[in-house]
Design a protein around this ligand. Structure first.
Ligand code: SAM
Length: 255
């Protein structure tokens, strides 16, 4: 069986991924070839003896920039090894990454991710390659590697067979089954330091448990992330609250 999705990462620091790729769910998904991750050290494309990838910005100013004549040939070569593929460049100025985008990317067979470092890329890298620019949020990381890891983790969870229970990701917060927050969950012991599990979850009545979960999910979204309900009402989500509740009742108690 060939992997459902191949992530290709272009980075100056492939060693950052060592531990990430060798633990837990990701390790299993790689071992069973449900997904594939290929790391490319951009320095391998440097032609000078010092493998220089960065240079000072024209006009002065702090920091160094990734050189257009190093980055572009390396991305082009990797990109054209196969026909299909979506090219992502990590930048704080791109489209903000979220679950909807993760779900969209999970339908791809190949995702190529370009990780910046230092002060970022010479502007001509984007002008020439026309990548999809993606941001991890309104804060600054040292490089795109952590962003690439976040994309790999969130997308691979959506690949069929990677998680044990096919339904387990549908009702995660923000996900396609609801687009709001997940409900509260409890496990043993029933009572800890006087904090008891809600009685209703113990009574075995699945219809009542289902209703409690729907209400809890909606209630905590109202309290913690009311913006998600506004987005749903405005049609920015594929499902409205009514559909959401019918979906929850189908899937939550399926076990
Ligand atoms: N000077 C750039 C700016 O202010 O927009 C920031 C450069 S940052 C220190 C170096 C690299 O880290 C970026 O080129 C990008 O690849 C990555 N990076 C940093 N923050 C990021 C974010 N919020 N989302 C995606 N990538 C980010």
């Amino acid at each position: 069986m060939s992997p459902a999705i191949c992530f290709e990462v272009l980075t100056l620091f492939p060693g950052i991924f060592d531990g990430f790729l060798s633990e837990s769910v990701l390790k299993g998904a790689l071992a069973t070839q449900k997904i594939e991750v290929r790391l490319h050290n951009m320095r391998d494309w440097a032609t000078d003896k010092h493998a220089k990838m960065d240079d000072r910005p024209f006009g002065g100013g702090p920091g160094m920039l990734l050189k257009v004549d190093r980055v572009v040939p390396c991305v082009e070569e990797v990109r054209h090894r196969q026909k299909s593929g979506r090219l992502i460049m990590f930048t704080p100025q791109g489209r903000c990454f979220n679950q909807i985008l993760a779900e969209e990317l999970a339908t791809e067979q190949r995702i190529i991710m370009l990780c910046g470092r230092y002060e970022g890329f010479d502007e001509r890298v984007a002008e020439i390659l026309n990548p999809e620019e993606i941001s991890m949020g309104d804060y600054i990381l040292n490089g795109g590697e952590v962003a690439a890891m976040a994309v790999i983790e969130s997308v691979m969870r959506l690949v069929p067979g990677v998680l044990g229970d096919e339904n387990s990701n549908r009702l995660d917060s923000f996900s396609a089954g609801n687009r709001i927050l997940d409900c509260a969950h409890y496990t043993r012991p029933r009572d800890f330091r006087g904090f008891a599990v809600p009685e209703i979850l113990l009574n075995g009545n699945h219809a009542e448990i289902d209703q409690w979960r729907k209400n809890n999910s909606l209630q905590r979204t109202k309290e913690k992330r009311p913006d998600l309900l506004v987005e749903t009402a405005a049609g920015n989500s594929p499902l409205n609250a009514e559909t959401l509740f019918s979906q929850i009742s189908i899937t939550k108690n399926k076990k």
